[in-house]
Design a protein around this ligand. Structure first.
Ligand code: RP5
Length: 168
């Protein structure tokens, strides 16, 4: 995509099925993004290069997804002033709880915004990135407000259907 404003990094291609949820949200909001497989442990030099160059290329938010001993978001945050959103991947013996703890327990001075484990977290990472970008984009803010209105309407519809079913 041309002029991406969001950089998505994931530790392995095995994370892609989960992180497609983030890509879907960004596409829905018309936010250009770039996605790479890059691991904190297996390819540290590549991760460092992508992170250091991000701001200069116009990236405003970095989303880091990793599983198991998930250091990716932390090492990315260490090398950039950009905000970093972390998504813990399910899988492994602890099914994502290990990644959640690794990501959420950052030491003071080094924040990463940690989402829920798995697809809900991947979806919310996209939405949080949209909210961050909305701070300087009235157009994106309007889209986000419309999204929330639509969501509330869907809940109303579901409740109407439930009430109708209960009356039968
Ligand atoms: C992490 O290890 C990746 O983010 C992935 O969630 C997990 C397993 O990776 P693979 O062995 O499937 O490549 O670094």
């Amino acid at each position: 995509m041309s002029n991406p404003t969001v950089l998505i990094l994931m530790g392995s291609d095995s994370d892609l099925t989960t992180m497609e949820e983030t890509a879907r949200v960004l596409t829905e909001f018309g936010v250009p993004y770039e996605m790479h497989v890059s691991s904190a442990h297996r390819s540290p030099a590549k991760t460092s290069k992508l992170t250091r160059e991000a701001e200069g290329r116009g990236i405003q938010v970095i989303i880091a997804a990793a599983g198991m001993a998930a250091h990716l978001a932390g090492v990315v945050a260490a090398e950039t002033p950009l905000p970093v959103i972390a998504v813990p991947m399910p899988g492994g013996a602890l099914n994502g709880v290990d990644a959640l703890y690794a990501m959420v327990q950052m030491p003071g001075g080094m924040p990463v915004a940690t989402m829920a484990i798995g697809k809900a977290g991947a979806k919310n990472a996209g939405l949080l990135a949209v909210q961050m970008l909305s701070l300087s984009s009235p157009e994106l803010r309007a889209k986000f407000v419309a999204y929330k209105t639509r969501m509330a309407e869907e809940v109303e519809e579901k409740d109407r259907a439930l009430q109708a079913a209960l009356r039968k």
